[in-house]
Design a binder for this molecule. Structure first.
Ligand code: GAL
Length: 336
């Protein structure tokens, strides 16, 4: 019995010590963070990257600890990203922040990190649960996809209730929409699609799908797709539902080229160009992830792992692992 208690106690102590310093260890004065982005040319990821760089400087100023960010672009190759992880570890990075290329294939990176005892903060592309459960030094920061989608749908539901004519442009009692989807392998694409359409239906908006397709989050792909739809369906399209802002902007590019005005386009992310389009009225609305909190959570969590300190309380972790960033609806106010 006593033995069992002692064993239990020591296990608890080990768990509590997870990210905490052993008393003898000297306080670090500098930390090195290895960051790998799935693609450096992704607009949303670039927005997060800029805020993260600011947060690192802020951390350095406020805590007097030198922070080195080593940021690498994996250019869409998992193999390249695996090599980057290898290099970060050999350079002595204290913690890794990884935006995985292939979220189903994070195991090689996790193996390396575990062997070297270097904690990992994944973000935006969520590794599968089985991988996340392999070690208590693996974290994930992202946005809740269902919440995003419900907010996106609600934007149109509210507008339809207030001003049906602003949504049902030709007044035939049906809102004809096209749908632009992100990468099929991304955890958020399917959920965003499913729940934004479901929310429109649940909210009593009479919708009819004209066409839909995968444009991989990309503005140019979405623009080409929208151009085809405009050729095929012309002005029957009243609403463009897009899984992100960049594809929404691609649809707007195609509408602009054809000189078509008034079609409602909705996106997700609240990127810098997305917000510009919202201000000018070209984008009806977006669901914006709070970039400040998103990037601060990455920075604070990574730094506390690197410093072997306590995890930051301002960023509560679900199951001790996941931080879900708050998000909000941004909508262009239409005139009555
Ligand atoms: C999504 C975001 C997209 C794209 C993608 C990359 O969350 O909405 O715009 O950045 O992540 O993984």
């Amino acid at each position: 019995m006593i033995l069992k208690k002692v064993l239990f106690l020591s296990l608890t102590c080990m768990l509590l010590a997870a990210c905490q310093s052993s008393q003898k260890e000297e306080q670090k004065t500098s930390i090195r963070i290895g960051i790998s982005l799935y693609r450096g040319d992704d607009t949303f990821i670039n927005n997060i990257r800029s805020v993260l760089e600011e947060k690192a400087k802020e951390y350095e100023r406020e805590r007097g600890i030198k922070v080195t960010l080593d940021i690498q672009d994996a250019k869409g190759s998992q193999n390249t990203q695996n090599n980057q992880v290898e290099r970060f570890i050999s350079l002595g990075c204290d913690v890794l922040c990884i935006n995985p290329v292939d979220r189903m294939d994070a195991s090689v990176m996790i193996d390396r990190a575990m062997a070297a005892k270097v904690p990992v903060v994944f973000f935006n592309r969520q590794p599968v649960e089985e991988d996340m459960n392999r070690w208590d030094q693996l974290y994930y920061i992202g946005v809740d996809a269902k919440e995003t989608a419900v907010l996106q749908g609600q934007m149109v539901v509210e507008l339809y209730k207030k001003q049906p004519g602003a949504v049902d442009l030709n007044g035939d009692g049906v809102i004809s929409y096209v749908l632009l989807e992100g990468e099929s392998s991304h955890q958020d694409s399917l959920i965003r699609t499913e729940w934004s359409i479901q929310t429109l239906k649940d909210g009593g908006v009479p919708i009819e799908k004209i066409a839909g397709g995968i444009a991989n989050w990309e503005r140019s792909q979405a623009s080409a797709m929208m151009e085809q739809w405009l050729d095929a369906y012309g002005d029957t399209i009243e609403l463009v539902v897009s899984n992100n802002d960049d594809m929404a902007l691609g649809a707007i590019d195609a509408l602009d080229r054809e000189g078509i005005q008034g079609v409602n386009v909705i996106g997700i992310d609240g990127t810098t160009p997305g917000i510009e389009a919202l201000k000018s009225g070209k984008l009806l609305g977006t669901v914006s992830a709070n970039k400040e909190l998103y990037a601060s959570a990455i920075m604070e969590l990574a730094a506390s792992c690197a410093m072997k300190g306590e995890l930051p309380r301002e960023y509560p972790l679900t199951d001790g692992t996941y931080y879900w960033t708050p998000q909000e609806i941004l909508i262009h106010e239409l005139e009555d």
